[in-house]
Design a protein around this ligand. Structure first.
Ligand code: N2P
Length: 390
């Protein structure tokens, strides 16, 4: 399974032919966690042509800068050029590695970010804290494209504040050179005897809820438990393998799979597929005990929502990302599933059929959303600090 497929090459070629110019192409995700904006205006020429005809009417040049605070390797950067060409708005991207980092950064006073991408449970927290504004739905022209399964998010009823961006799972990344059968149980990661075999070559996400959540699922508990004893047990599971763990890392772990530094990772589906482009022996599995599924969402910060110009740019950006063609192009690049049902016709069939990206019903039923656990967040946070310091 590869990210760059005949399909994506064909789609790219058609886009190029439409305007008779050449572009950088549909390359796999960059390894850098600090993406910058692209100003490739040649490539951008394809934008206006290849996206909705309806957009022509409002394709006036707005100008200015939009500050996008995103997870690393989580957009096809070509989209920046397309957007800039159409609206004259330059997107500047900055990255974070976890929802907790995002929250801390905003709570620490960062006020320049316009659009952020929190996951489900963090959306709930941020709404509660008044950190995200309401969407101006009159500016969003693709609301009907959102799959009904994602259009009524329990964490944001009525999609009042945010629009789903991507969804995916958290599982085990591995290399077939080390296995005859896929390591499809959390025991392959969390049982110290198994982990010892990969000593110094194991990487876990730098993400409290994900790591503790996976250990909770391994123990047969809910990843949203508010029972302190269960969370403590999960801590012991993680501490039990910590001596074999080389890093808690959410940004470069997939690159380190390619170099062979990492053999076994707790990682996000699409990230591992990025590594697979470089080494086809790299693969990803959702453990039989179940795993975490998440939806990441495009939201406007409360600061931006107060400023009409920032708000206008934010709405244009969210609307642009939810155009089926753009959402499809984005999935073809990052290999995360799109909650935009109309994007499907633009998505490489190989991706749509790939169960690690679009799990079947049986697998889906074993997946858990992370929820806002209220005051118990403090326990997760304390336990996480203890995991880090012991
Ligand atoms: C991509 C990050 C995926 C986000 N590098 C997980 N919520």
């Amino acid at each position: 399974m590869k990210k760059v497929t005949v399909w994506s090459l064909l789609v790219a070629l058609l886009l190029l032919m439409a305007v008779g110019c050449s572009s950088g192409g549909d390359e796999p995700a960059a390894s850098s966690s600090e993406e910058t904006t692209s100003t490739d205006t040649e490539a951008a020429d394809t934008a206006a042509e290849s996206t909705d005809a309806e957009s022509e009417a409002d394709s006036s040049q707005i100008g200015g800068v939009l500050n996008f605070y995103n997870w690393s390797d989580y957009i096809d950067v070509e989209i920046y050029a397309l957007f800039e060409e159409e609206y004259g708005i330059k997107v500047v991207e900055d990255n974070y590695g976890s929802n907790e980092d995002l929250l801390a950064k905003l709570q620490g006073g960062a006020s320049g970010y316009d659009v952020i991408v929190p996951s489900d449970y963090m959306v709930a927290t941020m709404i509660e804290l008044g950190m995200v504004g309401e969407l101006d739905k009159s500016q969003l022209t693709h609301l009907d494209s959102i799959d009904p399964n994602f259009a009524e998010p329990p964490f944001d009823p009525g999609m009042k504040h945010c629009l789903p961006y991507f969804w995916g799972t958290t599982g085990i990344g591995f290399n077939w050179n080390d296995w005859d059968e896929a390591p499809d149980s959390w025991a392959y990661l969390f049982d110290p005897e198994n982990a010892a075999e990969f000593s110094g070559r194991i990487s876990l996400l730098d993400d409290s809820r994900e790591v503790i959540g996976a250990a909770l699922i391994y123990l047969g508990y809910s990843p949203n438990t508010t029972n302190e004893a269960e969370i403590e047990e999960a801590k012991d599971i993680v501490l039990g393998i910590k001596e074999y763990v080389s890093a808690f890392d959410s940004d470069t772990y997939e690159d380190n799979m390619v170099t062979g530094e990492n053999a076994l990772v707790l990682g996000w589906s699409g990230d591992v597929f990025t590594a697979q482009v470089e080494d086809e022996n790299i693969d990803y599995v959702i453990p039989i005990e179940g795993a975490v599924k998440w939806t990441d969402n495009l939201c406007v910060t409360a600061d931006a929502a107060k400023d009409p110009e920032r708000m206008q740019r934010a709405m244009l950006w969210i609307d642009f990302l939810s155009r089926p063609e753009i959402a499809g192009m984005n999935t073809n690049y990052v290999w995360y599933a799109s909650p935009n049902k109309d994007a499907n016709e633009f998505i490489d069939p190989e991706i749509l059929e790939y169960e690690a990206v679009y799990p079947n019903e049986e697998t889906f039923s074993r997946l858990h959303w992370l929820e806002n656990v209220g005051e118990t967040t403090e326990i997760y946070s304390r336990v996480w600090t203890e995991i880090g310091s012991q």
